[in-house]
Design a protein around this ligand. Structure first.
Ligand code: PHE
Length: 528
């Protein structure tokens, strides 16, 4: 707890002793009450609370606003393709939002996997850390201050640990709408959209777009609201705007590679992109854009024609338009050749001082300042027989958002909605879950303990709570059921690595043992 408080304070960079004391008292009060305060805003917590203090204290970092930070440079590069006044920028929206904003306003069904406490950080039953920038779509449409907007922000998801996943990342949301009532006499909405398209620069990108703009089953037109011509025009405007972004980004990547003396296939071959049909509850038709990069198709964004019911309930029923969401880390990792997502959070000047925003828009690639060895350790255990709904090895292997950098909350993912059961499904009941790691289930006797079901993201969170950014990856390497008893076994490989120096084997052993102990205490597993 003390360690936790101190860490929170250090992270917030509040080193004046008065502030230190006030924060200490504040945190102390919070640990004993059902309230938390984040940047002066107070929230009541309840049994849904599962946001650890390490996450809450990172809210203040706002990497997308740090001068010369690679996330900021990436944001600005994309923003440069969406000029004011058509596109208004919103970069300081607060990350704690209502379930209504994050899910309901966008039409997410009540049992959508994205709503589960396994995937989303809750403050209380109706308040979450936003899981995507789309949480602000409805409000921004409602404000009616511009025809289009860009929202860049930090977003939060309980997720896997590896080199490209971190529980906090950054997204940019973009939208553009047209008003039906403002269409001048003698023209049509579709015509007007086509006219606007002329202002988007032409490109020579190789684009694969094999599917029709809409398809009755796979990617339906909102036929009650849009004529085929209108949807076609909006879809084309959307795709061309985003192809322009990709050209800008990858031209910068190639220029940086060429400047660094690289002549690999990725810099000499023509750039290829493709549009893939997708599904989001708040757009139809919808697509993802993939870029052929280093011999693989890489998803870079999700987008679509905004559902009219969203615009209607946001008080702008006469508007039609498109929206997209793009993950900034993935783009920044490509742009700067940053090999590990944890580096964005580094305060090491050897990292930060490498990046400068340049007026000519040129990118300098990241130079590895050190390479310290990884320390892999395995943890193998039997799940308790009583574990009611532990995921199968297959589903355990698939964090829902892994395939989508823009953060798609795939509707087809196995449903894992929060259960109404109070004891077995509330590993972090009460506000004390803000201390790291979350508390073990309360019980006086082992014989009668009911353990909550074990989910992979619980292990992920435990590892982060104990090892912090020293954990590079957590991978399921083996899962089987005992042929006779049916008992489930799991083996995870945890890779520890410090980016600034070599970890000693004692340090690693200490962390790893603690993780094992907590697994036993929290989920009743038996270490093997
Ligand atoms: N919010 C979506 C995600 O995180 C991306 C998206 C934004 C899709 C806007 C369509 C329109 O995956």
């Amino acid at each position: 707890m003390i360690q936790d408080i101190v860490q929170g304070i250090i992270v917030a960079n509040e080193c004046l002793s008065g502030v230190f004391y006030r924060n200490y008292i504040q945190s102390w009060k919070e640990a004993t009450s059902n309230q938390i305060t984040v940047e002066g805003k107070a929230y009541d917590t309840d049994e849904w609370m599962n946001a650890p203090s390490s996450i809450l204290s990172s809210i203040s970092r706002r990497l997308h606003l740090q001068p010369d930070h690679p996330i900021t440079i990436t944001r600005k590069l994309i923003e440069s393709r969406f000029p004011a006044p058509t596109y208004q920028k919103h970069n300081t929206l607060f990350p704690i939002v209502s379930v209504g904003q994050n899910f309901d306003s966008l039409g997410f069904p009540a049992d959508h996997v994205g709503r589960s406490r396994n995937d989303t950080y809750y403050i209380n039953k109706s308040t979450v850390l936003r899981t995507h920038t789309s949480a602000h779509q409805a409000d921004t449409f409602r404000a009616k201050t511009s025809e289009g907007f860009l929202i860049s922000a930090d977003v939060y998801r309980r997720d896997a640990i590896d080199r490209s996943h971190y529980p906090i990342f950054h997204q940019m949301e973009g939208a553009r709408t047209w008003s039906r009532s403002a269409v001048p006499e003698g023209t049509t909405l579709a015509r007007q959209v086509w006219d606007d398209l002329k202002t988007i620069p032409k490109h020579d990108l190789v684009v694969e777009d094999p599917n029709p703009s809409f398809h009755p089953d796979r990617n339906p037109l909102q036929s009650d609201h849009h004529s085929p011509e209108e949807a076609e025009a909006i879809a084309t405007h959307l795709k061309r705007s985003l192809e322009d972004v990709v050209v800008t980004i990858f031209s910068a990547v190639r220029a940086a590679a060429a400047a660094a003396g690289g002549s690999s296939a990725s810099t000499s071959e023509p750039l290829k992109v493709r549009w893939v049909e997708a599904y989001f509850p708040f757009t139809s038709p919808s697509w993802e854009l993939e870029v052929f990069w280093q011999n693989d198709w890489l998803e870079v964004l999700g987008c679509g024609v905004v559902r009219q019911r969203l615009l209607d309930s946001a008080g702008v029923p006469d508007r039609v338009g498109w929206a997209f969401g793009i993950g900034l880390e993935r783009i920044a990792m490509l742009l700067f050749e940053i090999p590990d997502i944890r580096l964005f959070w580094s305060r090491d000047p050897r990292f930060l001082d490498q990046f400068r925003e340049r007026v000519d828009g040129k990118i300098t690639r990241f130079k590895e300042f050190s390479k310290y060895p990884p320390a892999p350790r395995d943890v193998a255990f039997w799940l308790p027989r009583s574990t009611p709904a532990a995921r199968t090895p297959d589903s355990t292997n698939e964090p829902h958002s892994a395939p989508n950098p823009a953060g798609g909350l795939a509707p087809e993912s196995a449903s894992n909605a929060p259960s109404s059961s109070t004891t077995t499904n509330s590993p972090s009941a009460s506000v004390s879950s803000t201390s790291d790691p979350p508390p073990a289930p309360a019980s006086s006797s082992t014989a009668t303990t009911t353990y909550p079901p074990f989910h992979e993201n619980d292990l992920t969170e435990l590892v982060r709570a104990i090892a912090g950014d020293l954990a590079e990856s957590v991978t399921l390497i083996d899962a089987f059921a005992h042929p006779k008893t049916g008992r489930q076994s799991r083996c995870y490989r945890i890779v520890y690595r410090r980016l600034e120096r070599t970890l000693t084997s004692e340090e690693v052993a200490g962390l790893h043992e603690r993780i094992g102990r907590e697994l036993v205490a929290r989920w009743g597993v038996e270490l093997r």
